[in-house]
Design a binder for this molecule. Structure first.
Ligand SMILES: Cc1cc2nc3c(=O)[nH]c(=O)nc-3n(C[C@H](O)[C@H](O)[C@H](O)COP(=O)(O)OP(=O)(O)OC[C@H]3O[C@@H](n4cnc5c(N)ncnc54)[C@H](O)[C@@H]3O)c2cc1C
Length: 546
């Protein structure tokens, strides 16, 4: 990592080597014309389990690479505190996530544009998805090749996934071999951000290439604690590295890419946020912005567990040393097999009501079972299937609890606080049960372990969701893009009312996308980089003539 002297000057300072921040670090240094400082609170990404896809399960409680956040007690989830893992490492959450590559629906982005965000319709963002992508299946209208983000197929079919896909078809859900193609609806296999059986985080895809450039300085283990302003212009960043507080200055822009929890936290620590909360913690109010940290959205998943009739699940491999070693050996020899799978193997997108234009539910089909994420697998053959409502109406918040940047903020998604979300979750669980009851799947089910056959009525199903529901790790929208007074950034991702300050990460999504959020965060990084470079190019002649 670079030794950067105190008070050093750069053109751009990127805060957070996140899914989006690594894209910025790469694209902004590509021409060689701009000096960029990348600050990352976590360390390097050498941990072996980061790079083996299945190792994702080993990173849930690893404080070296994970912020290990928790929500406040969630009132509608029986006051449970829900885990909120977040990457704290080069690559951000793309280094610890479940690797599923799902962009969301075309309609998500068209909706962003309808909300007043010019330039964010699906036709506008598709070129950035394609530019980022190195699609194993080759290029077409929806996919690109040669980009920094490798996207690949699962290495081989699995009998349980085949049965699930067939059962979905028996239930009237079509087969879909590309959830990122013309339409999302259907059942099929997920694709992964992986290549040759290795994780393809943005640290691997974007930073490895860029870190050799003389104009990029990367400082890891460096927590940005405050953005510095001259009036309404961002001029630099104060950060803490190895216990020492330093300052870096930006002649161009300060770019906040700390993710959906840390970006609003840093803005609030810097005096941008709800005035009362800032004052309560002794922070000088630079701008009263109630929208900073508001509108938190996340996907809630409800996992149904099944005991399998045949010993063909991952439980049967991991729990027997001989099979486990064989799987390890196979991975070492060929980079294939169980160690290459991500957070879902197969999946489905469907509508709970026929009048809907697009799916409102996503299914993740997992070939193992455990009581909680990252926990020991059950000692019997088992698998799990989760339902996830794609467009929740519930809204929560992120708020500082201290003026100390090391103190985690209060995180409160307020899952299931909207009645419409409860209704969708109930309908989704019923629809999933119908799929599982189709002949193709039924032969593999010895027992529905949870919620269990006694759980039948709507009230029972909702009670199960409240008791067991947990995050799919997709928090967004806490620095929401828009043109209304509560929006934090405009459609060029500039913090409203400020100069030379942008937020570029998952926190700017006006609404959470109907899928997994990493691909969209990378796209936001790609589009954000383009906007910064366009603005710099537009300003350059003015600077010369001044
Ligand atoms: C366990 C898990 C599983 C997931 N599974 C999937 C999946 O399968 N598919 C999918 O598409 N998405 C998945 N996601 C979600 C997806 O990875 C995230 O939405 C995406 O990575 C968010 O990107 P981001 O750019 O907003 O920020 P992040 O990638 O979260 O990164 C923020 C970075 O900023 C750094 N940072 C924060 N504050 C500061 C500061 N003050 N100073 C310096 N550095 C700072 C952090 O340490 C971190 O490295 C998962 C996420 C998790 C946690």
């Amino acid at each position: 990592m670079a030794a950067v002297p105190d008070q050093a000057r750069f053109d751009y300072i990127v805060i957070g080597a996140s899914s989006a921040g690594c894209v910025l670090a790469n694209r902004l240094t590509q021409s060689g014309r701009h000096r960029v400082l990348l600050l990352e609170a976590g360390g390097h990404d050498h941990h072996i389990w980061i790079h083996i896809p299945l190792g994702y399960g080993k990173l849930f409680d690893n404080a070296k690479v994970n912020w290990l956040y928790k929500t406040e007690p969630e009132p509608e989830l029986n006051n449970r505190q829900i885990i909120q893992p977040r990457g704290k490492v080069l690559g951000g959450s793309s280094s610890i996530n479940g690797l599923l590559y799902v962009r969301g629906q075309h309609a998500d982005y068209d909706h962003w544009r309808q909300l007043g965000n010019a330039g964010w319709g699906f036709a506008d963002v598709l070129p950035y998805f394609r530019r980022a992508e190195d699609q194993e299946r080759g290029a077409d209208e929806f996919h690109g090749t040669g980009g920094p983000l490798a996207v690949s197929n699962v290495c081989e079919p699995h009998p349980l996934c085949e049965a699930f896909i067939e059962a979905a078809q028996q239930a009237g859900i079509p087969r879909n071999d590309d959830f990122n193609g013309a339409t999302q609806e259907g059942a099929g296999y997920f694709q992964l951000t992986a290549k040759n059986g290795r994780r393809w985080s943005t640290a691997v895809g974007y930073l490895r290439q860029a870190r050799r450039r003389h104009n990029l300085a990367i400082v890891s283990d460096a927590l940005a604690s405050r953005i510095l302003f001259s009036g309404r212009r961002a001029v630099g960043v104060q950060y803490v590295a190895h216990g020492i507080t330093r300052t870096a200055y930006a002649d161009g822009e300060v770019l906040v890419s700390g993710g959906a929890f840390n970006s609003p936290q840093l803005l609030q620590l810097s005096g941008l946020g709800p005035a009362k909360i800032l004052r309560d913690f002794g922070i000088d109010v630079v701008a009263d912005m109630p929208g900073v940290g508001a509108d938190l959205q996340d996907h809630l998943q409800i996992r149904m567990q099944y005991r399998c009739t045949e010993p063909i699940t991952m439980n049967d491999v991991i729990n027997h040393w001989r099979h486990r070693y064989a799987a390890g050996l196979r991975y070492i020899m060929s980079r294939k097999g169980l160690l290459t799978i991500g957070a879902g193997y197969a999946g489905a997108f469907f509508r709970t009501r026929p009048e809907l234009a697009t799916p409102d539910v996503q299914i993740h089909f997992l070939i193992f079972s455990a009581d909680t994420a990252g926990a020991v697998l059950h000692a019997f053959p088992g698998f799990m299937v989760s339902v996830c409502q794609l467009r929740p109406d519930s809204r929560g918040f992120v708020r500082i609890k201290s003026n100390d940047p090391h103190v985690p903020p209060a995180i409160q998604p307020r899952y299931l606080s909207a009645r419409s979300d409860c209704d969708t979750v109930i309908a989704a669980m019923k629809a999933l049960r119908r799929i599982m009851d189709e002949p193709a799947m039924r032969r593999y089910i010895a027992q529905e372990r949870a919620p269990g056959e006694r759980c039948t009525g709507d009230a029972d199903l909702l009670a199960f969701a409240r008791e067991t529901g947990t995050t799919v790790y997709h928090p967004t929208s806490t620095c929401r893009m828009g043109s209304d007074p509560a929006a934090v950034v405009d459609e060029r991702l500039r913090v409203r009312g400020f100069e030379r300050l942008r937020v570029i990460d998952a926190s700017i999504m006006p609404t959470v996308v109907s899928g997994n959020t990493n691909a969209a965060a990378v796209m936001i990084g790609e589009k954000g980089a383009d906007m910064i470079l366009q603005d710099a190019a537009a300003l350059a002649p003015l600077a010369m003539s001044a």
